[in-house]
Write a protein that binds this ligand. Structure first.
Ligand SMILES: Cc1cc2nc3c(=O)[nH]c(=O)nc-3n(C[C@H](O)[C@H](O)[C@H](O)COP(=O)(O)OP(=O)(O)OC[C@H]3O[C@@H](n4cnc5c(N)ncnc54)[C@H](O)[C@@H]3O)c2cc1C
Length: 388
């Protein structure tokens, strides 16, 4: 199949790149240092239409393809991984579940503000005792007098406690299936619900300018019609949402590798040792060549998976492509930041160069939306192996 980016995609890439260079790049280091979530710039991303790329026009979106979203995430992530994940999570985890599973009324109520980037939504699957094993969720929701009463906690939830956050969609146990297993459903909890608390933001290794909180639910009551999708299908819905998310995270990793290549190339031409630029030394130049190879391979895997999504490929094939892209691109991004830091020598360890920030930011790419181990598990199962 063909997965060349179209001239329109390339034109769109230039638009996002210009925006990222002008609005994000000059301030990214400061936000990182101050752990500042830049509400003004998130709103500007909304005005550029980035949150509505894949949403229908009736909710204010552009009705565009998934590939365009990946291009936007890559370009934002190329200058700032924190703003890249903010966009990725806002669309992939905030908007998409409502778009995919919401009723007309739910979509009319929540989507316009989210699509405009005036509001953000979080996606609460992970709990203290349920990460990779997300089906082990303990949070409960009980239907009492026409209301869901939610009790429990969620952990590491992106875009869940910012000034712009309006709601969080969470998985919760709503009963037991006939075979005695947990029935898990998805429920939308607006942040002004009594009993809902976004706890103090985490102190993270990287992604300092992104918004991540633990959440607690103490008899948080929401109307019965805040159930998202079918009762008992919440876990399956979230897993399907994560397939798209994995490709989007791969796009964020591509932006990271591109940044590493750009920074390393520039520095290799400038920095002098032993009477010439370090780029003249094979030991250094070969590492930069490796960055180029990782970039090409990661980009191809990512945009192939995105093209499969846009072409409506069979779910099984798309799932496999998404895991392969996520695994390869994110592990490459971590390696790329190690190489770029090495190219910069001692300066690579200093926060005055962006390379140190990318080094800290990259690690979580191998963890969020399914760890590398989980991707290997899924790929092996996709090959038909009976791996546990
Ligand atoms: C900054 C950040 C933002 C996040 N944002 C969100 C969000 O918005 N919403 C949300 O729901 N979650 C979010 N997460 C959670 C993320 O998806 C989980 O951290 C991730 O899925 C791993 O779960 P865990 O942390 O519980 O690790 P665990 O599941 O405890 O895993 C620990 C280690 O064991 C390995 N492991 C586990 N099971 C297996 C197995 N079967 N085979 C082999 N190895 C295994 C893992 O790969 C890992 O190396 C975020 C996390 C971070 C760090």
């Amino acid at each position: 199949m063909s997965f060349e980016l179209s001239p329109e995609h390339e034109q769109f890439r230039r638009t996002v790149r210009d925006f990222a260079q002008k609005e994000i790049a000059p301030r990214a280091a400061e936000w990182d240092r101050e752990h500042h979530f830049p509400v003004d710039v998130v709103r500007k991303m909304g005005q550029l239409g980035l949150f509505g790329l894949t949403a229908p026009e009736e909710y204010g979106g552009a009705d565009g393809d998934f590939t365009s979203l990946c291009v936007a995430i890559e370009e934002i992530g190329r200058v700032d991984q924190s703003m890249g994940i903010t966009l990725e999570a806002a669309v992939g985890l905030g908007i998409t579940p409502i778009l995919s599973y919401g009723t007309d009324e739910q979509k009319q109520t929540w989507l316009p503000d989210l699509v405009a980037g005036e509001k953000l939504a979080g996606f609460g699957l992970t709990e203290p005792g349920a990460g990779s094993d997300a089906g082990a969720t303990k949070t409960k929701a009980e239907l009492v007098g026409g209301e869901w009463v939610v009790n429990g906690s969620k952990q590491f939830i992106t875009n869940s406690g910012s000034e712009l956050t309006s709601l969080v969609t969470v998985t919760a146990r709503t009963g037991e299936t006939a075979s005695g297993q947990a029935e898990i459903s998805a429920i939308v909890v607006p942040v002004d619900t009594a009993g809902f608390t976004a706890e103090k933001a985490y102190d993270k290794l990287g992604w300092h300018a992104s918004d991540t909180h633990p959440l607690s639910f103490d008899d948080a009551r929401v109307p019965e019609d805040h159930l998202l999708g079918e009762r008992g299908r919440g876990y399956a819905q979230f897993l399907a949402t994560l397939d798209d998310g994995r490709v989007a995270i791969a796009a964020l990793a591509v932006g990271c590798i591109q940044a590493c290549l750009d920074m390393s190339l520039g520095y290799a031409g400038d920095r002098q040792t032993f009477g010439g630029p370090i780029g003249r030394k094979q030991g250094l130049a070969f590492q930069v060549a490796d960055l180029e190879v990782m970039l090409h391979a990661s980009r191809l895997l990512t945009y192939k998976a995105a093209a499969m999504k846009d072409a409506g490929a069979p779910v099984k094939d798309f799932k496999q492509a998404a895991s392969i892209a996520k695994l390869y691109a994110t592990e490459s991004a971590v390696t790329a930041t190690r190489i770029a830091t090495q190219v910069f020598g001692g300066y690579g360890f200093m926060e005055e160069y962006p390379v140190a920030r990318f080094y800290r930011d990259a690690k979580v790419l191998e963890i969020g939306e399914g760890t590398s181990e989980v991707q290997r598990l899924l790929i092996a199962r996709g090959l038909g192996l009976p791996v546990e």
